[in-house]
Design a protein around this ligand. Structure first.
Ligand code: TYD
Length: 207
């Protein structure tokens, strides 16, 4: 593959959206050929699957269905958008990817990391991230900063106990997945943005 694939992970309220906006501005300024995309979603079909997954009215959705829908959205996104951009030599930045499924569905939902990994190895078509940046902030601090969860979002509604399991899930994934690099987010948004930029430079992803 000619391009480079970088994914961002973190708990709710970790400041991921803010960091992606700051990164995008810096990449624009540096003239980097990149795309910014997100999961679940990133392509028209995957965005429609996203609406079903996150719809607060879908309280009857079982965990297995949730895991398979995330994987279904992912494979469509990979084939329609991520792989073509990588083949064209671009830098692809994706807001969440397979490690979200491992942490949320595999570990926090309790479906099993290996089980969710196997569904996803079919979904990602061998398209693994070169680098995964984990925005490291414990959920109690993230929620306090965000002033609570979004009431219309089925996953955000799950509460602190669930999101603590997600956070601990990410910490344990770091042992098995060497592509994951934690970035401490306890400083200002500009300090975190500088750390991310530095990491991308260290990895020769930007020059
Ligand atoms: P979103 O509003 O994009 O949240 P965030 O800004 O925190 O990224 O909603 C995505 C939600 O889906 C989020 O709660 C994390 C969850 N998710 C999973 O549970 N598994 C997955 O594989 C992915 C990609 C996301």
């Amino acid at each position: 593959m000619k391009g480079t694939f970088v994914t961002f992970e973190g708990c709710e309220g970790s400041g991921k959206s803010t960091q992606l906006k700051l990164l995008s501005a810096r990449l624009d300024e540096a003239g980097v050929d990149y795309i910014l995309t997100r999961e679940p979603g990133g392509s028209p079909i995957a965005e429609r699957i996203r609406e079903i997954i996150l719809d607060g009215k879908n309280t009857a959705m079982c965990d297995e269905c949730e895991a398979l829908l995330y994987a279904a959205a992912r494979v469509q996104h990979v084939k329609e958008k991520i792989l073509p951009a990588l083949e064209a030599g671009k830098l692809v930045i994706c807001d969440r990817y397979i490690h979200s499924s491992l942490a949320y569905q595999g570990i926090a939902r309790g479906l099993g990391e290996q089980y969710v990994a196997s569904i996803n190895s079919f979904a990602i078509q061998n398209c693994r991230p070169d680098l995964t940046i984990f925005l490291n902030i414990p959920p109690e601090r993230a929620f306090a900063r965000k002033h609570g969860a979004d009431e219309d979002d089925r996953i955000e509604q799950l509460g602190l106990a669930f999101h603590t399991k997600v956070y601990n899930g990410y910490l344990s994934l770091m042992k098995d997945y060497p592509e994951i690099y934690p970035v401490d987010c306890s400083g200002t948004k500009y300090q975190t943005s500088d750390k991310i930029w530095q990491l991308l430079a260290e990895k020769n992803i930007i020059r």
